[in-house]
Design a protein around this ligand. Structure first.
Ligand code: ZN
Length: 697
């Protein structure tokens, strides 16, 4: 590689927006290797000369991080939106070295010691609140990575980390293998009556691709054979629509006993994971693993989380009984003589939904063209936050013709941020789902210039076809608002340190506040109706359809709430234990929690925990509560606007500016509880979430 090649490598730019149109897979390896080599040298220097000052520690690390933001950030982004075998190979070729270098920085003893000394020195008092938060977060991260442990303890700590990572892989493999091991083959059209066309298509395709496929038989959606599996896209519609109780019962049974039998049994792994995490917690000086999880979160204590659980649970219990009675009554009306069982719930819920809300995604789509929805969204944020969004494609180099670039101005007309929008699905090279990611973080550079924040907003909406514009489902509209909420928190930040600006350094049980807050506006009538226009007739969304959308929002909300609480409470109870006796069983915990959170008792053979990926191999251990925690925050934040009067423009604008100056501005620069209190004038409570869920009388 010659110097000239490096000079022309688009991943090595140091200013402006990434030149996406020029970036090719062959640029990745030389650019990243160059940056790594440079960073290794600088880091060695830094460790050798480190002093307990802000500029010699955090700022110096940020200078290094800044170059990776420009070299590695676009590569990771293109992996998601313009994937190719060449790019994947290049990415994987350098990923290992990137991870190793990252760990080296995080686990550096000299840097840790210097930051700690800084915290204990007089210089600490001359730093601002955001700097304090950054330093505290760095020290805590290093401590949780075992940096203060020595000798035997350190050795054991590393052993535990290795074991946990092996067990996590084993656990996931068992779930995967046992999910694959079971399927149900049907050949009789009677047995699949009522199951939607799309699910039958999937089932026929699954048969054709399976080992069960017989010579000369080609399955079709109409004539079968159909093969239903335990994968959610197959399992869910089956449980919702298969009319045969017996077949539903069979499927339910295999689903809830996945990874619990024979060689694939995860029961001993659950035991090991719990014990190892507890041992790790104790080595770090905590009473239990739940405390370790909460150390980096907004929730102050296990007791606070449990208090939230209990408030939501007790408010949902009685309404959930009513919801069950309603299902039972509907079933009876339709000739079901027996009591409903676990495998009947999804089926009768769907019948009830059809009876109550007879609308489909397809009926709504014609009203939601992407252009109208964007106009509505941009005018909403103008009204509430005083910002103006401008189309600015000409200012950016883009990775695809569909991608766009926008800038955001403040009231004074100064640009404060930018964002890319990649709206349409492109199955050939773009990942599914929707996400917001940071392209550039807001930071004051050492020489004094300001780097403005830039975000990526990526969706997978239906692309335009011929004359027909992109028409969105209501869910896609909500998703766009959700991701835009994350984007606003990234872009409207006023913090000048990259480690705490925007979404950086925000505790993850509060990071969904801004995103879910924005979703609420999709249920505000003038906002929603205002962004609809039938693409052929120009008619706005009819009132009747709007009412149905709102009613559907609270459909079976008590039962859904209890289900989430069951998962969260089981998780927290398992991880708050301070010891595990030989008689301890995770299933006993699940059973006890189920008694409080489910109308139907836990079936003795239920081994759902053996496939609960979030909390055993996954990162949600003692963190599953976060879903509800963030919902409480976002509903409570939105209720400040409701109290001010959603149709009072001036009040909405005043409240909106306050939301902007607190939640959207402070990033990780202040504790999220303080940020929330600054906005709301008090601590969060569950009232608004219960009211929005239709669970407050
Ligand atoms: Zn989100």
């Amino acid at each position: 590689m010659t110097t000239n090649d490096l000079a022309n490598n688009p991943l090595l730019t140091t200013t402006g927006l990434p030149p996406f149109a020029e970036i090719l897979p062959e640029h990745v390896v030389p650019a990243i290797q160059h940056r790594l080599q440079q960073a290794e040298e600088e880091f060695t220097q830094l460790e050798a000369n480190v002093k307990p000052t802000w500029s010699a520690t955090i700022e110096a690390l940020d200078e290094m991080g800044k170059l990776f933001e420009r070299a590695w950030g676009p590569v990771a982004h293109l992996q998601g939106v313009k994937n190719s075998p060449e790019l994947r190979d290049a990415y994987e070729a350098v990923l290992g070295d990137m991870v190793t270098f990252g760990l080296k920085v995080k686990q550096s003893q000299p840097i840790y010691a210097a930051i700690k000394e800084l915290k204990e020195s007089d210089a600490w008092n001359s730093l601002d609140k955001a700097q304090h938060r950054i330093i505290d977060a760095q020290l805590l991260a290093a401590e949780l990575a075992g940096i203060s442990l020595e000798g035997k303890e350190r050795k054991r700590f590393n052993e535990i980390a290795n074991k946990l990572s092996q067990i996590a892989t084993e656990f996931s493999n068992h779930v995967l293998d046992s999910t694959k091991a079971h399927s149900l083959k049907l050949t009789d059209t009677e047995e699949v009556a009522g199951i939607p066309e799309s699910a039958l298509q999937l089932a026929a395709q699954s048969y054709n691709q399976s080992e069960e496929k017989e010579e000369g038989i080609e399955a079709t959606a109409e004539a079968g054979p159909w093969r239903f599996t335990l994968d959610i896209p197959s399992f869910s519609p089956f449980m919702q629509h298969c009319k045969s109780r017996e077949l539903r019962k069979q499927m339910y049974h295999v689903y809830t006993t996945r990874a619990s039998l024979g060689e694939l049994d995860n029961t001993p792994l659950i035991d090991k994971i719990l014990k190892l995490r507890l041992e790790k917690a104790k080595l770090l000086g905590y009473k239990n693993f739940a405390e370790v999880s909460l150390a980096t979160k907004m929730a102050p204590s296990v007791a606070a989380v449990e208090e939230m659980f209990e408030t939501l649970r007790s408010a949902s219990w009685e309404p959930a009984q009513q919801e069950m009675k309603e299902l039972q009554a509907l079933a009876k009306e339709n000739g079901e003589t027996e009591e409903l069982k676990h495998w009947d719930i999804a089926f009768w819920s769907e019948r009830l939904r059809e009876k109550k809300f007879d609308f489909t995604d397809e009926q709504l789509r014609p009203y939601f063209s992407l252009e109208r929805v964007l106009d509505g969204l941009f005018s909403l944020v103008n009204r509430i936050f005083g910002i103006t969004v401008h189309a600015a494609d000409e200012k950016a180099s883009l990775w695809h013709d569909d991608a766009r670039y926008f800038t955001i101005d403040n009231e004074a007309g100064e640009q404060i941020a930018g964002f890319y929008l990649d709206p349409y699905s492109r199955p050939e090279n773009k990942r599914g789902g929707a996400w917001m990611d940071d392209c550039l973080s807001r930071r004051k550079n050492t020489e004094g210039s300001l780097q403005l924040p830039v975000a990526y907003l990526v969706c997978n909406s239906t692309p335009p076809v011929g004359e027909k514009p992109s028409l969105m489902t209501f869910r896609e509209v909500e998703t766009l608002f959700h991701e835009f909420g994350h984007g606003l928190q990234h872009m409207l930040t006023t913090i000048d340190y990259a480690d705490a600006s925007g979404i950086n350094g925000v505790e993850w049980d509060s990071v969904e506040l801004a995103s879910q807050f924005m979703e609420n506006w999709c249920y505000h009538k003038p906002t929603l109706i205002g962004m609809t226009a039938h693409y052929e007739t120009g008619e706005p969304l009819p009132d009747a359809l709007f009412e149905k959308i709102c009613a559907a929002r609270t459909f079976r909300s008590a039962s859904n709430m209890l289900r989430q609480l069951m998962l969260g409470m089981t998780d927290m109870t398992l991880y708050k234990q301070e010891k595990y006796d030989d008689s301890f069983s995770a299933f006993d915990v699940q059973k006890e929690v189920t008694e409080k959170t489910s109308i139907l008792p836990m079936l003795p053979q239920d081994r759902f925990l053996c496939a609960f990926q979030h909390i055993f191999p996954g990162g949600y251990c003692a963190g599953y509560y976060s879903y509800k925690w963030a919902e409480v925050l976002s509903a409570d934040a939105f209720s400040a606007f409701e109290e001010a009067g959603l149709d009072d423009e001036e009040a909405v604008a005043t409240t909106g500016r306050r939301f902007r100056d607190t939640v959207l501005a402070m990033g990780g620069g202040q504790h999220p509880m303080e940020v929330f209190k600054d906005f709301r004038g008090r601590e969060p409570n569950t009232g608004a979430l219960l009211r929005h869920s239709g669970l407050l009388n």
